[in-house]
Design a protein around this ligand. Structure first.
Ligand SMILES: *Cc1c(COP(=O)(O)O)cnc(C)c1O
Length: 427
């Protein structure tokens, strides 16, 4: 039995499914999860000592590469001064100022510890600000696991949402309206029927939790117009896309300003930091200034903030995003050309340091097209790549992430591994 297998067996005795977050269990692709012992730059190593080129980067945070010396040094220096105080620090001010500078739609920001917490708190704030209950989300977008977000569309358009998780009361789910991503007509319809009840529209402006899916510019523009017209809060969940598709997030690429933004992943640089922020007039409804309650023992934790700040400094170095975008593009173009040579139906897309691979002839434009992709082929490809030392997201419905440390040699090695993996699919 390999070390990974025996660790997995042991883990399952003390932890449900052997993991602390479900996608890690490899249920969707099958096989044994790899237990990671250490990581450096573009690589990590498992309990059996096997090295992988890592394309999940902790699901986004590792944008500067694993164990970057500057980040490690910042964390060590902060830790030496004490781990947590439950009182404010100057580091939190610096972090807030940096976020407001990099994302101009954010005038004020609050730091929390996870993307789930940030989205949940931002939605409460939107409801508090508007005095309304209903929220619009889109099928396939993920906003963390707060009750009101674990909801799928009801039986018909604009009917009450249904819980997607056991334990979510139908009475909570009924306030969430679930629409199709990139469908402007549905949005128009929803606002014309119940515009005065809608507190917020929450969206991943570049979606990454149903594989990578770009929004159309019209989709975001329509949302912006309708929210303004009807007094609803436009909320961009940029937990994944923030500092990932561009320094200013997806909102800088599309030129659409949300009222509020949710951040996470990259801003913690690998430690638990997330944030929500936006218009000052809205943020001032938060406790202790206003009536919307929100709090956290470890919010703005000094060690986590040090990791985040040092990461935010590195990504502002000249050429950082040019390089990241070039390497990511090299990867997806190389994969596409190779698949074509071998005769595998395949497509790929990339924005900044984020990519999607699809076992379909064309890059999908909506949720239905994503779901129609060949999942069986993805699973075979995933395992062939894993065997060859390339760790892709263990699900056909997750985006991939490149770091600044994925240099030409690393991309070339990935593409030659893919050549073998594609060939296996055809044999
Ligand atoms: C990861 C993610 C979340 C949840 O963040 P956690 O830190 O895992 O709670 C929310 N929204 C989006 C878009 C995400 O990608």
């Amino acid at each position: 039995m390999s070390h990974n297998e025996s660790l997995f067996e042991r883990a399952q005795r003390s932890t449900p499914g052997g993991v602390n977050s479900p996608v890690r269990a490899f249920r969707s692709v099958g096989g044994t999860p790899r237990f990671i012992t250490r990581a450096e730059g573009p690589y990590f190593w498992d309990a059996d000592g096997k090295r992988y080129i890592d394309y999940i980067g902790s699901w986004g945070p590792a944008i500067v590469g694993h164990a970057h010396p500057d980040v490690i040094k910042a964390v060590q220096a902060a830790a030496a001064n004490g781990l947590s105080f439950g009182a404010p620090t100057e580091g939190e001010i610096l972090m807030a100022e940096e976020i407001c500078k990099l994302v101009p739609s954010i005038e004020m920001v609050r730091l929390v510890s996870s993307g789930t917490e940030a989205a949940m708190s931002a939605l409460r704030l939107a409801r508090g600000v508007t005095g309304r209950d209903k929220v619009i989300k889109f099928e396939g977008c993920y906003h963390g696991h707060a009750d009101s977000m674990l909801v799928k569309a009801g039986s018909g358009l604009l009917t009450f949402g249904n819980p997607t998780s056991s334990g979510v009361p139908a009475d909570f789910a009924k306030h969430t309206i679930v629409l199709d991503y990139n469908d402007c007509a549905q949005l128009e319809d929803a606002f014309s029927k119940m515009g005065e009840q809608i507190a917020a529209v929450i969206v991943e402006p570049v979606a990454g939790n149903m594989n990578l899916l770009r929004s159309t510019p019209e989709f975001l523009q329509t949302m912006r117009r309708l929210c303004t017209q009807h007094g609803a809060v436009l909320m961009f969940d940029e937990v994944m896309s923030g500092f990932r598709v561009a320094l200013g997030g997806a909102q800088s690429l599309y030129g659409v300003q949300p009222d509020m933004t949710v951040l996470g992943k990259v801003i913690g640089g690998g430690l638990p930091v997330a944030a929500f922020g936006g218009r000052a007039d809205m943020m001032k409804h938060l406790a202790p200034l206003g009536p919307v309650y929100q709090a956290g023992t470890l919010s703005g934790n000094p060690v986590a903030v040090a990791a985040g700040m040092s990461t935010l400094k590195i990504i502002q170095q000249p050429g950082f995003y040019e390089n990241l975008g070039t390497q990511t593009r090299k990867l997806v173009d190389g994969l596409s050309v190779t698949a074509k040579e071998i005769g595998v139906a395949f497509s790929a897309d990339a924005i900044g340091g984020m990519f999607g691979i699809y076992f379909s002839e064309r890059v999908p434009e909506n949720y239905a097209q994503i779901m129609a992709g060949n999942k069986e082929r993805f699973n075979q490809f995933f395992h062939a790549m894993l065997d060859a030392g390339v760790y892709l997201a263990p699900s056909a419905f997750e985006a991939g992430f490149v770091s600044a440390m994925h240099n030409d040699a690393v991309i070339d090695e990935t593409i030659s591994a893919a050549r073998g993996a594609f060939a296996k699919l055809n044999s």
